[in-house]
Design a protein around this ligand. Structure first.
Ligand SMILES: *[C@@H]1O[C@H](CO)[C@@H](O)[C@H](O)[C@H]1NC(C)=O
Ligand SMILES: *[C@@H]1O[C@H](CO)[C@@H](O)[C@H](O)[C@H]1NC(C)=O
Ligand SMILES: *[C@@H]1O[C@H](CO)[C@@H](O)[C@H](O)[C@H]1NC(C)=O
Ligand SMILES: *[C@@H]1O[C@H](CO)[C@@H](O)[C@H](O)[C@H]1NC(C)=O
Ligand SMILES: *[C@@H]1O[C@H](CO)[C@@H](O)[C@H](O)[C@H]1NC(C)=O
Length: 494
């Protein structure tokens, strides 16, 4: 009798603590700010940066038409014509390598409000997404963050705090790149945990759930490393709203021959957009959750012999713009230099040359064909890197004319995924050194489990960090079992 009363009281206390904790996610306390912008350096085009795409809830039949705004180039957010896009990404913010929370520097304090003020009142409206990472980030920081449940929770909590404080509609991870299978396993755990906490935060605060997206390598297997690790396609399909394969930067101006850095097709290699997109579909990511990347910049070379000037021609180094020109600069270069412009049907890309200068790039025609390719594969849409590089919105307009049929609608996906989400634990929280688990269930309830009632929960929990996805799945299964008071398959999510 006495024992029962004590237990009830404890559960009540824990519930109060948990409720407070959940609520504390929403009124975000500003972090301390520092004076140095942590954003990447290079003004002008940032070809190596890879942003992710965005969905378009305002006009689902149009699909996701997204673009990244590089906050560090000086291109004003107020110049963005929102009529071409459904989602605009703020690029970038980084996690602190020491605390794993997002580091909102004084640069961000200035730039994020500029971005939000410029876009929030726009008609047509666009969704805004906070992108975390970018090519300038140290990938090992992400590797550390995802390596255990607590650091993941700290990071996730911080992303929600910053996104809510400034009024973003979603968060985007741009980790370039996970380097091995362990990173990939942990990335899967991050996505699962992130989505679960986003669902919970939405229920607890009664606000629209934040979107969860991720910019990823052009293919589902990262060929940059040996052995090449594979992204967790199944988990991405279940927990991420969409991914944005960065289908560009296939070649560099340091190569001793010219190339199309974002070729749709390449008969001689697998480094092409069509191959990359197909690999993502084969990895079980539903096509409507794939948002194909397209560059608004080209790569340049200096030809060895001006008379040998096709794709693959011998080159002796970078060309104009130190290897990179954005589309508006390319149009200008071609006109000023009376360049010869060739459309290459095989690669679906253009190139131009004048004297010994050579540029490979996407133009209005290739972008239209790529958007049609995305349409033909029922993809969710496309995204551009980056705003400020188009020539009078001509490329943005060409893309917008192509209606995507792989309809992405937050409602559709939620309905389809509802079965999974409702079956899983929305959130779990370990209090008092694993003595108690506090769970918010998928149907909005919060339940507390005393580990004494389920002896092996703490043990299973202890295995998670060490053993990865499989055990995390088991844990969810076990927790569900406890909450419902009946046994369930250990293969709940397999
Ligand atoms: C945040 O970024 C600034 C600028 O790069 C840096 O000086 C500061 O140490 C960072 N803070 C943390 C907590 O990492
Ligand atoms: C989440 O962030 C909020 C706001 O800063 C903070 O009060 C809370 O303690 C954080 N929770 C965790 C688990 O980090
Ligand atoms: C949640 O928000 C909706 C409007 O967005 C409102 O109609 C509803 O009453 C709210 N529910 C709670 C429990 O506050
Ligand atoms: C391209 O990938 C396919 C299957 O992944 C493989 O069979 C083929 O050998 C690859 N081709 C090249 C040129 O690497
Ligand atoms: C421009 O190039 C074309 C051939 O590509 C040539 O016929 C024409 O004379 C050139 N015009 C000028 C002004 O150089």
């Amino acid at each position: 009798m006495a024992t029962m009363r004590i237990t009830s009281l404890m559960i009540l206390l824990v519930l109060v603590i948990v409720t407070d904790d959940c609520h504390s996610i929403s009124p975000w306390t500003p972090l301390t700010f520092t004076l140095t912008p942590s954003m990447g350096p290079s003004p002008g085009p940032s070809p190596s940066l890879t942003p992710a795409p965005a969905p378009s809830p305002s006009a689902p039949s149009q699909g996701i038409k997204a673009a990244y705004w590089p906050s560090f180039t000086g291109y004003p957010a107020s110049f963005i014509d929102t009529s071409y896009f459904s989602h605009i990404y703020f690029a970038f913010i980084l996690p602190s390598p020491s605390t794993y929370e997002l580091n909102v520097t004084s640069f961000h304090q200035e730039k994020i409000p500029e971005f939000m003020d410029a876009l929030h009142s726009r008609n047509p409206p666009v969704k805004t997404i906070l992108s975390i990472g970018g090519a300038g980030n140290d990938p090992s920081v992400f590797s550390q963050i995802v390596s255990n449940e607590l650091t993941r929770a700290i990071f996730i909590n911080s992303t929600i705090g910053v996104a809510r404080e400034y009024g973003f509609d979603g968060v985007d991870l741009d980790w370039e790149f996970p380097i091995n299978e362990l990173d990939m396993l942990n990335l899967g755990l991050l996505f699962m945990q992130w989505r679960q906490i986003l669902e919970c935060e939405s229920k607890v605060t009664n606000r629209s759930r934040l979107l969860l997206t991720s910019a990823v390598y052009y293919a589902s297997i990262v060929f940059l490393y040996a052995p090449p690790p594979s992204y967790p396609g199944d988990i991405i399909g279940n927990y991420v709203d969409w991914i944005s394969p960065m289908c560009f930067d296939y070649c560099a101006s340091s190569n001793p021959f010219t190339g199309e850095h974002a070729a749709l097709y390449d008969p001689k290699s697998n480094i092409s957009t069509s191959f990359g997109i197909q690999s993502w579909i084969q990895a079980n990511v539903p096509p409507e959750k794939i948002v194909m990347g397209m560059p608004l910049y080209g790569k340049t070379w200096t030809l060895q012999d001006p008379n040998v000037n096709g794709v693959g021609a011998p080159a002796v180094g970078a060309g104009p713009g130190n290897g990179i020109l954005v589309y508006s600069q390319i149009v200008e270069f071609n006109s000023e230099n009376n360049a010869t412009v060739v459309f290459d049907e095989q690669f679906v890309a253009s190139y131009s040359y004048a004297g010994d200068s050579w540029i490979g790039y996407d133009d209005v025609r290739s972008i239209k064909m790529k958007a049609e390719f995305a349409q033909s594969r029922s993809l969710g849409g496309y995204f551009f890197w980056a705003l400020g590089q188009d020539k009078d919105w001509t490329i943005s307009r060409a893309g917008k004319m192509v209606v995507m049929t792989g309809i992405y609608g937050a409602e559709d996906v939620r309905e389809r995924e509802g079965k999974i989400i409702e079956r899983q634990i929305c959130r779990k929280w370990v209090l008092e050194k694993k003595k108690k688990l506090v769970l918010a269930t998928g149907d909005g309830g919060i339940e507390v489990v005393d580990s004494a009632d389920c002896r092996d929960l703490a043990g299973i929990h202890g295995e998670i960090a060490e053993e990865g996805v499989g055990h995390y799945l088991v844990l969810l299964g076990e927790v569900k079992q406890v909450v419902n008071g009946r046994r369930r398959s250990r293969k709940l999510f397999a």
